[in-house]
Write a protein that binds this ligand. Sequence first.
Ligand code: 5GP
Ligand code: MN
Length: 337
Amino acid sequence: MENIKDLKSLLSVPKDIVLTSHRNPDGDAIGSTLGLRHYLEQLGHTVKVAVPSDFPGFLGWMPGSQDILIYDIDKEDVKQALEKADIIFCMDFNSLDRIDKMGEIIEPLKCVKVLIDHHLYPEPFADYVLHDTTASSTSELVHDFIRLLEDTEKIDLNVAECLYTGILTDTGSFKYSTSPKVFRMVGDLLELGVDDNRIQNYVFNSLEEKHLRLMGHVLNNRMEVLHEYRTAIICLTKKDYEYYNIQRGDTEGLVNQLLQMRDIVMAVFIHEQPTITKISLRSKGEFSVQEIAKKHFRGGGHKNASGGYSFIGLRPTVSKFKSILPEYKEALLNNDF
Ligand code: 5GP
Ligand code: MN
């Protein structure tokens, strides 16, 4: 594997570059890719951002978001961009199966591949790697990357707004994976003119009436609290999706609500998508949901936020989840946070 700093010479000549991130892109996926794009464009490169599926509307204000290529919508454009690229950056994910068909296209390509990511257990497919699981976000790592290349002065307001958004969303408004470094970095971004209040409003105060009604319904009728395991579960059926006209992204953040209960250590959200049953896991303190996602639900992620899926339908997935709880009972009960 090459040294990430050696990219500086590679980037000293204009290149065709594609920045990719994961399916169902979140604030960090979009923030880190667009932030890096604004930086690379200043160096004279031709840069495209491509993701497998659409991003939520509350990120639509971000500079450059209107040009993002979405594989589900523009298959040919994404394929052509990838095949033409001299360099492909894989950002905020670390195994090519997280980007579905795009991963199959990228895998055999001979171009230079760069990984920038903060999830556990990266797969060794990239030539250059900037990987740190202690980082709050991939956006934090993009800031590190630009500093490593000794280009800190190229962090302009566009770059800063994008990176701030990624840090803001991946830390859940500075609640998780914070560090003195993150707060210093955010201070630097605010000094560049980032309006944190405006961005917080765009990102967090942009719900519609139906979202609050859905939350009320979910907490009242679809929440199960298993006190003996300090675990709470929400599950939503396809019928719920139809009745509340739930779109991709509408359920964002629901699972975190459960952690607001004092005694709850693990929060789980299980819902039906067209072909899979998706599971989202969150935890407090040292209790790791990453292991559960990886071992039982084909997934992974971070210690306190992971996800996975199954092909066995909603009820069987809930039953399966409940059946593994005794294995973790001791760790759940002994968890201090
Ligand atoms: P969410 O629950 O918000 O979908 O995802 C939480 C975290 O788990 C994210 O950091 C995401 O990368 C990871 N994650 C979610 N779904 C999967 C999956 O199917 N496979 C893997 N490896 N990670 C996932
Ligand atoms: Mn992230």
